[in-house]
Design a protein around this ligand. Sequence first.
Ligand SMILES: NC(=O)c1ccc[n+]([C@@H]2O[C@H](COP(=O)([O-])OP(=O)(O)OC[C@H]3O[C@@H](n4cnc5c(N)ncnc54)[C@H](O)[C@@H]3O)[C@@H](O)[C@H]2O)c1
Length: 344
Amino acid sequence: MSAADKGDTQVVRIGVIGAGNWGKNLVRNFATLPGSKLSYVCDLNEKTRQSMTALYPQATVVDRIDAVLSDPAVDAVVIAVEAPEHYRVAKAALLAGKHTYVEKPLTLRSEEAVELVQLAAQAGRKLMVGHLLEYHPAVNYMKDLIKTGKVGNPLYLYFQRLNLGVVRKAENAWWSLAPHDISVACYLFESEPVSVSATGHAYLQKGIEDVVFANLKFADGRMAQIHVSWLDPHKIRKITLVSSQKMVVLDDMEASEKIRIYDKGAEIRSVDSYSEAITLRTGDILIPKVSTQEPLQLECRHFVDAILTDQPIRSDGADGVRVVRVLEAGSRSLAEGGAPVRLS
Ligand SMILES: NC(=O)c1ccc[n+]([C@@H]2O[C@H](COP(=O)([O-])OP(=O)(O)OC[C@H]3O[C@@H](n4cnc5c(N)ncnc54)[C@H](O)[C@@H]3O)[C@@H](O)[C@H]2O)c1
């Protein structure tokens, strides 16, 4: 039994596996968060290990995951290795009885994701997926606008996640970039799509799409359009929500004014008993004050707090399974030239 389980400490001892481009941000956060102790950093790359040893002398830096998993003093493991390795490393961590945080996507196959959820339940351990945007203050501001009815009935969303690079070799732009947008669409609509259609093209590497346009349909008629690309002149990170009363744009490239609420809409009203007229409304634009806290820090804190207080995880294993299923359906649709693929 780990120290965090026994309740005799307010510290979760953490091992981070994979300290590459993204993992190093996780290491930084877990090294400084209250309630977290960075015990291990594990990476196959020698240069990365050298730099981790210099930056975090408090941590043991190793090249084998067994060294982390076999130490009973480690309560939780954070996995930021390449996506094809997620399943293998996460399974080993759960079998070793560690609370486990896996970067997105949870796995590359939904059967594997389901197995991880079952393993976590059997072991009584937390399983969290790095759906970062569910912790983003601006996304949560948007969610609040929907929940409190301030924007009316949400109709549709569209996402743009575009840039030149980082070009991945093991996965296409859909699997690399869209997990965030899929997770936010489900999070904001509080439901999951019933069908996915996707078209895209592999321009740079055979069989690895650089650009994908996908459409997610929800049972109640809502939809979410996702455009992801690493072959684009613009760096865009935008979410647009069109609701019956207002329209909201989240621009993550803005330093502070990330949300704009447009008092715009269209209404159909009866002119007489035989005819209707469409009226357009354009009012003020509101730029609310939204917290600028780092989403990754909030996400890491959520993981630590959930372990210490035994609370549910927001982006839990079930959320991870849902996103992987949508990714799979999108892949099938891509292979079938954009035909809609139903999700059961
Ligand atoms: N949440 C986000 O916004 C976000 C952003 C970027 C990447 N990611 C995710 O983070 C993960 C890593 O991406 P990256 O860009 O940092 O990749 P990367 O290639 O830069 O880093 C991966 C690291 O894992 C190490 N590694 C691989 N297998 C290992 C093993 N068995 N044991 C120990 N170390 C191992 C590699 O040596 C490398 O340093 C991916 O799953 C990616 O999807 C998430």
